[in-house]
Design a protein around this ligand. Structure first.
Ligand code: GAL
Length: 420
């Protein structure tokens, strides 16, 4: 063979070999998630991009549906079929529920090497571990108890400050309604109904009450006057939504606020990701303020690692775990997602005032013991109990059920779920 040709052939062969090695340098991960709205897709796109830039192969498995109920159904089917995805957007007690079924892989080797224990709030680290080993990696800290509003719409009826109590909110909403403006953008889906309801409970009862009723599921708290009052407030909110609320996706409700078709939305700060993805400026085009309660309603997203086999897939899980927890990724991802980093050592210099407020309030809540986990977002109770909450709250929202009947039905349903 001609020398040049021979060299070329060798070089070509080497290149091929290198290309093959490079393609597998970061391993392969199939990632199941429900991040399909504008802001969500942008944020998860950052993860995909970083993973691929390290030479990994990313298999995207998005299952649309805010709050993740459809994604969790798909996950169950995959696990039952013995073919789970390598990494799943899954959080809270759900991680422990799957771990008990022995279907998770741990990434503890990475976690120990990178000393995750030192950079995560203990409350989050505990959720990520099973049997003392990390089986999940947290990407963020979302806050659920937020009002989002369009300041130009509020100004039309002379509202210059965000409400601090539910009574103040009702007064603002009455003014808006009288002026022919939809006070509350809402999507009638069970998880969205439950999101606004739990924020109401937190505002009316405070953190200790929320914990007793919604987390410890104390029957007296569940049937108390405070709970009756919470349902009364939910009934009021029902009167502030537009006629087409039923079934609407949460991001479409956010768009109503953006376009000035409604004044407020009560939603976690993934709504901020939507505003930002649409080029809206915090403090100018939209404003944020915590809903009443002086607490912090926590929802942290994480990726949980399921049992996969083969060197390439195991490598993929390790690379992804390390990437998720890297400070640079935590910054980029959370700037897009609307949340704040799960790591405590990432600077918030590039973050907006809503994120800074979230961080300050989180620290205060940890100190004052007013940090509570979200029921609607799978941080508080087993899925079966959460399901009962969602069903009852939605039934109430879409009927003329009395608050007195609602608390009785809720307590009975929760008890049923616990004894099943
Ligand atoms: C939450 C999730 C958020 C956001 C939201 C709407 O449960 O934690 O990241 O995506 O659902 O889909």
């Amino acid at each position: 063979m001609h020398l040049l040709k021979q060299t070329t052939a060798i070089a070509f062969g080497l290149g091929l070999l290198m290309a093959t090695t490079a393609a597998h340098a970061g391993g392969t991960v199939e990632v199941l998630h429900w991040w399909t709205s504008g802001g969500e897709a942008k944020a998860v796109g950052e993860l995909k991009k970083s993973f691929e830039s390290q030479g990994g192969t990313w298999i995207d498995s998005p299952i649309a549906g805010g709050g993740g109920d459809a994604a969790m159904t798909a996950l169950r089917a995959r696990v039952v079929a013995g073919n789970p995805p390598a990494a799943v957007q899954l959080k809270g007690p759900g991680i422990q529920e799957w771990a008990r079924q022995d279907v998770l892989n741990d990434v503890d080797e990475v976690a120990q090497k990178e000393q995750w224990d030192k950079v995560l709030p203990p409350v989050l680290a505990a959720i990520m571990k099973y049997d003392g080993k990390y089986v999940a990696a947290p990407v963020n800290i979302h806050r659920v108890d937020w009002f989002w509003a369009n300041p130009a719409v509020l100004a039309k009826v002379g509202i210059s400050e965000m409400p601090k109590t539910w009574d103040e909110f009702n007064a603002d909403a009455d003014k808006l309604k009288a002026a022919g403006i939809t006070p509350l953008a809402h999507g009638g889906q069970p998880w969205q109904d439950a999101t606004i309801f739990e924020n109401v409970v937190l505002g009316i009862g405070g953190a200790d009450f929320y914990r007793k009723a919604m987390v410890e599921l104390d029957p007296n708290a569940l049937t108390s006057d405070t709970m009756v009052k919470s349902f009364d407030q939910l009934r009021k909110l029902r009167g502030y939504v537009d006629a087409n609320f039923s079934g609407r996706d949460w991001n479409l409700a956010t768009a109503m606020v953006m376009r000035g078709e409604a004044a407020f939305q009560i939603m976690g700060d993934w709504a901020k990701g939507e505003f930002l993805a649409a080029g809206k400026k915090p403090g100018v085009d939209f404003v944020c303020a915590p809903t009443p309660g002086g607490a912090f309603n926590l929802n942290a997203d994480s990726f949980t690692f399921f049992k996969v086999h083969g060197a390439d897939r195991l490598e993929g899980q390790k690379v992804l775990a390390s990437l998720i927890m890297s400070p640079g990724f935590q910054e980029t991802f959370n700037l897009a997602k609307g949340s704040i980093p799960a790591r405590t050592d990432v600077s918030l210099d590039k973050f907006d005032a809503c994120a800074v407020k979230s961080h300050e309030d989180l620290l205060a809540a940890i100190k004052n013991n007013t940090l509570v986990p979200s029921v609607a977002h799978e941080m508080a109770v087993p899925r079966s109990v959460r399901g009962e909450f969602l069903d009852l709250v939605t039934k109430f929202f879409n009927s003329d059920m009395s608050s007195a009947d609602a608390v009785k039905e809720l307590a009975a349903a929760v008890k049923r779920a616990q004894t099943e």
